[in-house]
Design a protein. Structure first.
Length: 454
């Protein structure tokens, strides 16, 4: 099961997609970790300060004259400005650098030697009270007046903050990588099943095409356009196969019909010529050829469903007719014929002539392999018929070939073309029956099951 899945199209698409996702996520994670580890200030520190200055600008409160008078902050920024006044500061100035609002100890001279407009927001390094700081500047406009909002964070506190933020990064990346891969894999499984559903339907339909329904064609509905040329090519191959099969069947039927009359005339000529020596072997050869011709005709007929005429029949009656038909041959070979369970037979829906041919071929084979003085038994058991002989049995190595056309067991003593059981198999398939071979203690049993519960 695993080997079949690994070599399936869905598995290859799934594995390829998941591996591609894993590679992309790995490269992205490596890039993020590299940037965070080698440029922490640019990636995290500056971003944090820009967010802080925006937060401060949003919390400014102005008086009626449009001048900033206070700032309303939420924790943790408010706590940091109150508890760490030497590490975190803020101020609001006008365009001339005049301080209009500031946190404790944030007054004094300009923080930057070269004033920045703050548009767009910037982060610069500065020295405040002899200590290095990062200063973020943001320009805002209120009531037509331009103000500059600045926040300053010591480089020491900034480094500690960055380290705190960086520490969980590898774990977050690993968890995100794992979760994304699992979620993608599960969603991809569902997606692939849905996408490949039309292909599975086409595959199932193709598996049901047999020589008996070569007129069936695969539908291209809902099939991706990349796959349609393959379906069209398969249907075209079916067209050629159907035509070739039809021609073959017509040839077999025509040849069999055309050969029957000449063989009958040849046999008659041999019988009427009294001066022919070795007449009996010649007649046997003609009879053998005629039998093979009849079997070819039967094979051509049973291979086409339209040649059957179905109706409700009693299998016991057909079985009795077969034994009556073969009684002379059985007597000549000193083999007994016995019918058992006729009263238990149930009527079935079948072609009477086809069932007769099937049973005749099996019983005739059984007679041929049975030793003199033995009995061929035909047992009717509800919805099945079993034919048992007392012959030498069938070698295990020969069982797979038993129903193949033109196959004969090595060393077979009786004449034949190897078509009898192949005809039986075609008849069984056409009726939906099952035919099986059982090795017995003595001899062989062939059972024809008319239903699955037989």
């Amino acid at each position: 099961m695993l080997h079949r899945w690994v070599h399936s199209l869905s598995a290859r698409l799934w594995i390829t997609s998941v591996v591609a996702l894993a590679v992309c996520l790995s490269l992205l994670a490596a890039l993020v970790l590299y940037a965070v580890n080698n440029f922490p200030q640019q990636v995290i520190g500056q971003h944090g300060q820009l967010e802080a200055v925006r937060h401060l600008a949003d919390g400014l409160v102005f008086d009626a004259a449009g001048r900033p008078v206070s700032v309303q902050l939420t924790d943790p920024p408010a706590w940091m400005f109150e508890s760490l006044p030497t590490e975190v500061k803020y101020r609001v100035t006008d365009t001339h650098g005049t301080v209009l609002l500031a946190s404790p100890d944030a007054g004094g001279p300009p923080w930057l030697n070269v004033p920045r407009s703050g548009h767009p927001p910037t982060v610069d390094e500065a020295t405040i009270d002899g200590r290095p700081f990062y200063v973020a500047t943001l320009q805002i406009v209120h009531a037509g007046t331009v103000f500059r909002v600045q926040t300053a964070m010591s480089t020491r506190l900034n480094a500690i903050s960055v380290q705190v933020k960086i520490k969980p990064f590898p774990r977050i990346v690993n968890v995100t990588f794992l979760a994304a891969t699992i979620i993608f894999g599960l969603s991809l499984t569902i997606t692939l099943r849905r996408i490949l559903r039309p292909l599975r339907k086409v595959s199932d339909a193709a598996a049901l095409i047999t020589p008996r329904n070569l007129t069936t064609r695969l539908s291209t509905r809902d099939i991706p356009h990349e796959i349609r040329p393959l379906i069209d090519a398969f249907n075209a191959a079916l067209d050629r196969l159907e035509n070739g099969f039809t021609v073959q069947q017509q040839f077999l039927a025509s040849a069999a019909h055309e050969l029957q009359t000449p063989l009958t005339l040849i046999r008659g000529q041999i019988e009427l010529q009294g001066d022919i020596q070795g007449k009996e072997p010649l007649l046997q050869e003609v009879d053998l050829i005629a039998r093979q011709v009849r079997q070819l005709l039967h094979l051509a007929e049973v291979s086409e469903a339209q040649n059957f005429s179905f109706g409700e029949i009693d299998p016991a009656e057909v079985a009795q007719d077969v034994l009556t038909y073969l009684s002379r041959k059985a007597e000549a070979l000193h083999v007994g014929l016995q019918l058992e369970g006729a009263a238990a037979a149930q009527s079935i829906w079948a072609d009477r002539s086809a069932l007769f041919i099937l049973l005749k071929n099996v019983v005739e084979n059984a007679i041929n392999v049975s030793p003199a003085g033995s009995t061929v038994r035909m047992i009717i058991d509800g919805r099945s018929i079993q034919i048992r002989d007392e012959g030498p049995g069938i070698d295990d190595a020969h069982l797979p070939f038993l129903f193949k056309r033109f196959w004969r067991a090595p060393g077979a003593r009786h004449d034949g073309a190897g078509l009898g059981l192949a005809i039986c198999r075609e008849i069984a398939i056409a009726h939906g029956w099952r035919i099986a071979v059982n090795r017995l203690g003595t001899g062989t049993g062939i059972v024809v099951k008319f239903s699955d519960d037989a």
